[in-house]
Design a binder for this molecule. Structure first.
Ligand code: GLU
Length: 308
């Protein structure tokens, strides 16, 4: 699972976006990119491979602006190359996306029929092209984003930024997590609170199907039915050791070594002075004669433990 970060800020955002993406490196990725709005105009930089390639590119070819979105990609549709890397941009909109747009083939066919030819192999580009089509039809950026979201099937976290609109970001979550961070005259989105930790500890998690309209001074969240909703704003304490390799060579080595403490932390919520008190699952297991667990990879091995 790769990473998204977005900032409507008060400082130059390019280095902050790259730093936030670095905090999402543990998720794995094959390429990375950022887009900013500078003097009202969208521009982007993208690079294949490690984030250092993107930061090197930014040294030679900097990107100014106080609003921006960034992405680390783990390719599902199309090769891991620069053209397929996010953000995907048209003249009017930049989009970063985690997940899969399942109906992208139908959408591509629709776009082709309207004379719009995709330039990349990704499912994500169709999101940007669709939003552009709605912009061209006279919709406002917010209307165009919502009209686009209405057409998407699949699992996604998305962030949109619009040319000429330095103080607007649209975020949406369906299947992939996304959090809003609240700063002082700034607002952020991130795949998780770790990415946003240097900027803020005030976090609102979007719930399944939510979408949000963000400006530096306001945010509005709608649920899957389009109703305005309030989501709890929490203070999140992020342990720095959890977001870096903490001395290990790889994140995987770290994850293996930290299993005892992760298990202890997870179980500690159920340990009382009288022993372990598990919450009632509301299921009478004596009435169940068959249970199927479906998993692959490490989760498959976890199922063996559950079976035992
Ligand atoms: N499906 C998109 C792509 O292949 C997004 C993948 C991701 O979550 O990074 O570009």
């Amino acid at each position: 699972m790769c990473g998204i970060v977005g900032i409507l800020g008060t400082h130059e955002v390019a280095p902050i976006l790259v730093d936030a993406l670095r905090r999402l490196e543990y998720r794995g990725y094959d390429s990375a990119g950022i887009a900013t709005i500078n003097n009202g105009t969208l521009d982007r930089r993208r690079a294949v491979g490690k984030l250092v390639n993107l930061s090197d590119l930014l040294v030679h070819n900097p990107l100014a602006g106080k609003s921006g979105i960034g992405h680390t990609r783990w390719a599902t549709h199309g090769a891991p190359n620069v053209s397929n890397a996010h953000p995907h941009c048209t003249s009017g909109v930049a989009v970063v996306h985690n997940g899969i747009i399942e109906n992208y083939k139908e959408l591509r066919a629709e776009l082709s029929a309207a004379g719009v030819e995709p330039q990349t192999e990704t499912d994500t580009e169709t999101v940007a092209l669709l939003a552009q089509m709605f912009l061209d039809a006279g919709k406002t950026p917010t209307q165009a984003a919502f009209a686009t979201l209405d057409r998407l099937e699949g699992a996604f976290a998305l962030a949109f930024l619009f040319d000429g609109h330095d103080d607007l970001m649209i975020a949406a979550r369906k299947g992939s997590p996304l959090a809003i961070g609240h700063g002082d005259g700034e607002i952020y989105v991130g795949s998780d609170a770790f990415a946003l930790a240097p900027m803020t500890d005030q976090i609102t998690y979007l719930e399944e199907g939510d979408s949000a309209v963000l400006t530096r001074s306001s945010f509005e969240i709608r649920d899957a039915d389009g109703r305005l909703v309030n989501r709890e704003q929490r203070i999140i304490q992020v342990d720095a050791a959890r977001v870096d390799k903490d001395g290990y060579k790889h994140f995987m080595a770290k994850e293996i070594a930290e299993q005892p403490s992760v298990l202890a932390n997870a179980l500690s919520a159920y340990v009382t002075e009288h022993g372990i008190a598990l919450p009632d699952p509301g299921i009478d297991f004596t009435k169940i004669d068959r249970l199927t667990m479906v998993a692959c990879g490490t989760a498959y091995y976890a199922c063996f433990t559950a079976k035992y």
